[in-house]
Design a binder for this molecule. Structure first.
Ligand code: ADP
Length: 373
């Protein structure tokens, strides 16, 4: 199973290395094996064994040790299942992402020569507005490998070795291109805070990150453009290191949903929950919910719906005894008590407050640094 995503063809227990002149990998089982393989060489892996680690030629030994960590923790295996259509609203952000990231990756020949490709794209806005969803959808649009990098994986796990992780990361991103390197909470990763008494290690990390990002643009040739895109997200764009901001040339505002979009969100959630009475979604109720949630983020709206579902579950648990509960089919059939009522939703709304209170700051930052076209 592991083989495919590592660029090795694996059919049953048979593996063929496709891309590398030399590859090594190890299988676990009773003993650790180490295989060295030449390009197109085939290898039989015993039934009860699994490839746990692979090393890449052309990478320093010091960096190679991070390959398994990055391939396991950073490469997202679910990215492909998210689609732009799953994301409600955010139409201009989607259009901008198509133009700056998706199309250049699908049709690189169209974009060479017209202009320099964007070095990086920043999605900024309040928390819970869909930035991560957008990044995952971008990767899903063109079957890219999605490298989901958070501060936790890049910095805190291996103190002092972060710059090696970064080199390894970009090596892998090029190898598995087209790929999207997603830097979540980029302000925490490359912020201005602590710049003065900055640790030597964190300075090395920053420098390496910049070198690698710059290398993406200069690294490709006309015939073979390098199809790696750096996509970053930030809830606090004002904390971003200036050198990083410059590299994230395209800055896309991902704002709070307006009333129309909130109505679509509620409708989508409620449709998937099933309402009491089994009739379709009550359009008037959706209007009321949308109207009462001015300033709520997409994540807040989702929380309201989850709370409503909880209320309905609690009611069910109070009334029904455990033995009856075991008969789960009754719950699924949408019989009265398991269904969310209008009252559940309205009450849930009262308990869930909006989480974003500094919208003005984002608008101000957008005026200064954002781009709409
Ligand atoms: P961010 O990265 O901006 O903090 P996420 O993309 O992680 O936010 O969104 C958090 C959750 O909120 C998502 O998993 C999703 O359920 C919901 N959500 C937020 N915005 C949207 C949207 N525009 N469409 C659909 N769901 C959304």
């Amino acid at each position: 199973g592991v083989g495919g995503s590592y660029g090795i063809m694996c059919k049953g227990s048979r593996c063929v290395v496709k891309d590398w002149s030399v590859a090594y990998f190890r299988a676990n089982g009773n003993a650790q094996y180490e295989y060295k393989m030449d390009n197109n060489e085939e290898l039989d892996i015993p039934e009860d064994e699994r490839v746990v680690e692979m090393e890449y030629g052309g990478m320093d030994g010091e960096e190679r040790k991070f390959v398994p960590m990055i391939m396991n923790d950073v490469v997202s295996k679910t990215a492909q299942s998210i689609d732009f259509n799953d994301i409600v609203g955010l139409n201009s952000a989607k259009a901008l992402l198509n133009e700056t990231v998706v199309w250049p990756l699908i049709l690189p020949q169209l974009f060479t020569g017209i202009r320099e490709p964007w070095r990086g794209v920043l999605l900024f806005g309040p928390p819970g507005t869909g930035k991560t969803l957008l990044a995952k959808a971008v990767a899903g649009q063109n079957g890219s490998t999605f490298f989901n990098c958070s501060t936790a994986t890049l910095v805190s796990k291996f103190r002092g070795e972060s710059e090696k992780i970064v080199r390894c990361l970009f090596f892998l991103a090029k190898h598995h291109s087209p790929s999207v390197v997603f830097l979540d909470e980029v302000d925490a990763l490359v912020g201005t805070r602590g710049a003065e008494g900055e640790h030597e290690a964190s300075r090395r990390f920053k420098t390496e990150l910049f070198v690698q990002i710059d290398g993406i643009v200069t690294g490709g040739s006309k015939e073979e453009p390098c199809l790696v895109t750096v996509l970053a997200a930030s809830n606090n764009p004002w904390d971003l290191d200036e050198a990083m901001r410059r590299r994230l040339e395209k800055r896309i505002f991902v704002g709070l949903p307006d009333e129309t979009v909130r109505k679509q969100m509620f409708t989508k959630h409620v449709e998937s929950m099933g309402m009491a009475g089994g009739e379709g979604v009550d359009d008037r109720l959706m209007d009321i919910l949308a109207d009462r949630t001015e300033g709520y983020s997409g994540a807040d709206v989702e929380l309201v719906c989850r709370e409503a579902k909880m209320k309905c579950m609690r009611r069910l648990l109070e009334k029904v005894d455990v033995e009856e509960l075991v008969d789960a089919t009754e719950m699924e059939s949408g019989g009265g008590e398991a269904s969310v009522t209008d009252e559940d939703l309205v009450q849930a709304l009262e308990g869930v407050k909006k989480t974003v209170r500094n919208v003005d700051e984002y608008v101000k930052w957008e005026k200064k640094f954002g781009c709409r076209i």
